[in-house]
Design a protein around this ligand. Structure first.
Ligand code: AMP
Length: 362
């Protein structure tokens, strides 16, 4: 079997690594000649909207999936008419646009921050009257790692922000005074079978994910799984999905979904019986899903901008080094490290050593 993947970054690379034992080969479409997934499968090097390349990909594979949500809609539509393509077109379109996404959450009774639609300076003023200060102005599309958004704290902040963010369609959200951030990763296959991984606590540095660690909270886990399942069922979703939430007391407040494998699920490679990557491949190929049971204590660190001393790192027991072979550049995710241990005390000791070796450049 051959799986086509649009996007050839580390997510595609790790999908390919999970696909191989299943006897599945991968072909990527990516404009970068040095796309890091190219080490793990065949690479078609062309723009995402190159009609001939999209056709070439469709011709060579049994099914298609996507590494990111901003694939040009025409390319998604072309692929979906020629081969089974998952997640479905509508799911990608919903996740691409913060307004569509949050409107779906509200329709499904999933708690969100207060919301207003902003199309110009006038609707921004009206939105702030409704939502209140502080609030967060975000572009509806193309925001990631905290880019394309700004916190408004006082009336004077309204003056230039709409123009600064590009005068494009935006949404305004009430500022959530959260205690911490979590994500829940779920997978749904073509038969509607759903599985969920344990909730993960996520820590960011300057908007970029730095550390993810599973947590045990059955009350929040139930809420999260209910929300993920509602969204996946509503979208007739197939594949892995990550749902990010803010935690306030006993409540989850929805932030956003990612219609794909997610950085906060990289720990599942060593920390779960079947990883988010393998389950994604299984789902899009119509196979039964694997167990999401945890194998033991685990934590994941992102390596951003600069590599640590790998000799020292690998001398720590329980360290799993995943180098994407990307060149070093400030703010770029170039590798991740998963730390496993027999118990929480051992995990903390090992994780502290790893954290001490990181030389991230943001
Ligand atoms: P996003 O791109 O929407 O995930 O936002 C990036 C980060 O900004 C989140 O991980 C939060 O730390 C912060 N953030 C986003 N929206 C809000 C909000 N409504 N209230 C408070 N913090 C937020």
């Amino acid at each position: 079997m051959k799986l086509g993947i649009v996007g050839g970054g580390q997510l595609g690379r790790m999908m390919a690594q999970a696909a191989l034992p299943l006897g599945v080969k991968t072909i990527f479409l990516d404009p970068a000649t040095d796309a890091c997934a190219g080490d793990a499968g065949q690479l078609i090097c062309a723009a995402y909207d190159d009609a001939a390349a999209v056709q070439q990909l469709a011709d060579q594979v049994d099914a298609v999936t996507f590494e990111f949500e901003n694939v040009p809609p025409d390319s998604v539509a072309t692929l979906a008419t020629r081969k089974p393509a998952f997640p479905p077109v509508d799911a990608l379109a919903t996740a691409r646009d913060r307004w569509f996404e949050k409107s779906l959450f509200q329709k499904l009774d999933i708690a969100t921050p207060k919301l207003a639609l902003v199309d110009d300076q006038e609707s921004l003023e009206a939105g702030v009257d409704r939502v209140g200060l502080p609030c967060v102005l975000k572009t509806r599309t193309l925001g990631y790692d905290g880019k394309g958004q700004k916190v408004l704290r006082k009336r004077a902040d309204l003056t230039d922000t709409f123009a600064e963010l590009g005068s494009v369609p935006m949404i305004l959200e009430g500022f959530v005074d959260f205690e911490y951030e979590v994500s829940c990763i779920g997978v749904r296959n073509q038969q509607g079978q759903c599985v969920f991984y344990p909730l993960v606590k996520n820590e960011h540095d300057q908007g970029i994910l730095y550390r993810s660690q599973p947590l045990t909270n059955s009350q929040l886990q139930t809420q999260a799984e209910h929300a993920v399942k509602s969204v996946m069922d509503a979208l007739d979703y197939v594949g892995t999905m990550a749902f990010e939430f803010f935690v306030k007391g006993d409540d989850l407040i929805a932030n956003e979904i990612a219609p794909r494998v997610h950085n906060s699920g990289h720990w599942t490679i060593e920390g779960s019986r079947c990883s988010q990557f393998e389950n994604h491949v299984r789902a899009v190929l119509g196979l039964p899903l694997g167990s999401t049971e945890s194998t033991g204590p685990v934590v994941m660190f992102n390596v951003i901008g600069r590599r640590p001393d790998v000799q020292q790192l690998l001398s720590i027991p329980g360290v799993h080094w995943h180098d994407y072979t990307k060149s070093e550049r400030a703010g770029r995710k170039i590798a991740h490290i998963t730390v496993t241990a027999a118990d929480q005390t051992q995990l903390i000791l090992r994780a502290d050593k790893v954290a001490g070796l990181l030389v991230n450049e943001l």
